[in-house]
Design a protein around this ligand. Structure first.
Ligand SMILES: C[S@@+](CC[C@H](N)C(=O)[O-])C[C@H]1O[C@@H](n2cnc3c(N)ncnc32)[C@H](O)[C@@H]1O
Length: 234
């Protein structure tokens, strides 16, 4: 269910965690919280690996730990060596650039497959695209990949611009077609992305991908006592 967290009865448990924060500084936009709750609440109190790119002042990793509960392993990645001091029980920090795929692979080798990837790193379009190209297919088959602060996709200093080639938003526009490749009448060959992506969600400044085994496509018509099931429409 979208826009409803299940970590508390009012569906605002993450927002409460944020507002009541007495630990390290967290830097988040208020309007991101419904999206966080919508995509992350199913992991609350479960064993899972949460990979956050960009540690800032250390508060967000602590917030994910409090929200997700005692079975979550949080791994924060940052280019700034100072962030190493944010390590504590359930929170590991590794230092390197999100654009360095050797570094990213070393993190996967050490911690395994992430259930959630949240990209809140440099917000440079080249980095966001490179990270996604490397990590998306390596995220859990039923996992979530979320990129935030995508207003930078429209800002020159981040390699952005409206309709500018190479931005993450432009990449996503193409991925919408890739998600629907089966319906392109052979004009677009289905890809690994087609087969491993259940849905794409566009919010103000956020794109979230829900991964999952592709659902069987059956055209089902029910009328009276008859149920007609057809295969893929061409
Ligand atoms: C917006 S802050 C993260 C804020 C934090 N997630 C929070 O919510 O409080 C962005 C972080 O990304 C880090 N960063 C910048 N360039 C990076 C890169 N190429 N690879 C990894 N981290 C990077 C910065 O050092 C900074 O700590």
């Amino acid at each position: 269910m979208l826009y409803c967290g299940c970590g508390s009865e009012d569906g605002l448990s993450l927002w409460s965690e944020f507002l009541n924060n007495k630990q390290r500084t967290i830097h988040k936009w208020k309007h991101y919280f419904p999206a966080y709750e919508a995509h992350f609440s199913r992991y609350v109190n479960r064993p899972m690996l949460f990979l956050e790119i960009g540690c800032g002042r250390g508060g967000s990793a602590q917030m994910w730990k409090r929200y997700l509960g005692p079975h979550a392993q949080i791994v924060g990645l940052d280019i700034n060596p100072e962030c190493k001091k944010f390590e504590e029980d359930q929170i590991a920090i590794r230092i390197g650039s999100q654009a360095d795929t050797v570094f990213l692979q070393s993190v996967l080798d050490e911690f395994g497959t992430p259930d959630v990837v949240l990209d809140d790193g440099s917000h440079q379009m080249a980095h966001v695209v490179e990270t996604f190209r490397f990590l998306y297919s390596k995220t859990a088959k039923d996992g979530v990949y979320m990129v935030e602060d995508l207003h930078t996709a429209y800002w020159d200093e981040y390699g952005g611009g409206v309709g500018r080639e190479g931005t993450f938003i432009e990449l996503c526009k193409g991925l919408v077609d890739e998600l629907n490749a089966d319906w392109s009448r052979e004009k677009l060959p289905p890809t690994e992305f087609t087969r491993s992506t259940l849905s794409m969600h566009f919010y103000d400044s956020i794109v979230a991908f829900e991964r999952g085994r592709h659902l069987e496509k059956k055209d089902v018509r029910v009328s009276g006592r008859q149920t007609l099931i057809k295969g893929l429409l061409k």
